[in-house]
Write a protein that binds this ligand. Structure first.
Ligand SMILES: [Zn+2]
Length: 275
């Protein structure tokens, strides 16, 4: 397997999409313009900024209005759901109908942090799944140590309407789970954690993901890939995850990147309007 260096392997910038990037966090307040320039130079064509609460949904929307390459998702993250009220879903509706809102997210369950009671997280998830269904949008799912509770809910949501679909972002389950999830048509979001050494399980997961269900993401500023692990993550670094995936799957980068580009547009249909 080729070793990753601190320079991208493929010479020509490819059409990459960072499907999950928190550019609206204070980490990028000082140098957003140069971060976006570096993303363009690295072949990153579009970036999806998810909301985690009402304020970040609004700031993500504003960023999408200001920058052609930026799209957004609206949602209340499970860790931000402690004060959840049914009215919050209605509050999100204005953002959902925005032409550059590509998904409802990030939403889900986090039984690792427990910033919000489990039953509150579940109530917020169910309401936002309904919201996505009513507006015909996919969901971006955050799941941490909660798959056993999440999957029955998500698969029942899909079973009642086959158009109900989404991505399990920062996927951290097993190869067996990959088969279960992709059999229902859900996508798998792969980020910097997949470049970390001594993680044979993640390589096994990568090999198990069917080409048509793979998505790339950074989750910046978090989960920085090798060789920049320990520093702030940014959209340009999605290349390192993409190249690692190509190496592990034994697929030429240009072929893999092309397939994942199409996947991104298939799941997030509103990306197509600005292709
Ligand atoms: Zn995130």
């Amino acid at each position: 397997m080729p070793e990753l260096t601190d320079r991208p392997v493929s010479p020509v910038p490819q059409r990459l999409i960072d499907t999950h990037c928190h550019l609206n966090l204070p980490d990028f307040a000082e140098d957003l313009a140069t971060v976006l320039d570096r993303a363009v130079s690295a072949g990153v064509e579009k970036i999806i900024v998810p909301g985690i609460d009402h304020a970040t949904t609004e700031s993500a929307k504003k960023m999408a209005e200001d920058h052609s390459a930026i799209f957004f998702a609206c949602g209340i993250h499970p860790n931000e759901s402690a004060g959840w009220q049914a009215g919050w879903a209605q509050q999100l509706e204005a953002a959902v109908s925005h032409p550059k809102c590509v998904a409802v997210g990030e939403i889900g369950l986090d039984y690792y942090r427990e910033y919000s009671p489990w039953e509150t997280q579940m109530a917020a998830l169910l309401c936002q799944l309904d919201l996505a269904e009513r507006f015909g949008l996919p969901v971006i799912i955050h799941c941490r140590q909660a798959f056993a509770a999440l999957w029955p809910v998500l698969s029942a949501w899909h079973d009642r309407n086959p158009n109900n679909i989404g991505v399990l972002h920062a996927f951290d389950e097993t190869a067996e789970t990959v088969a279960e999830v992709t059999a229902k048509g859900f996508y798998i979001g792969i980020g910097g954690a997949y470049t970390y050494k001594n993680k044979p399980l993640r390589e096994e997961i990568l090999r198990a993901v069917p080409l048509e269900f793979l998505l790339f993401e950074t989750d910046a500023p978090y989960l920085t890939p090798v060789p920049f692990r320990g520093k702030r993550n940014e959209p340009a670094y999605v290349r390192y995850t993409a190249e690692k995936a190509a190496a592990v799957k034994g697929i030429p980068p240009e072929k893999l990147f092309g397939a994942v580009y199409e996947n991104s547009h298939r799941l997030f249909a509103r990306l197509k309007e600005c292709r």
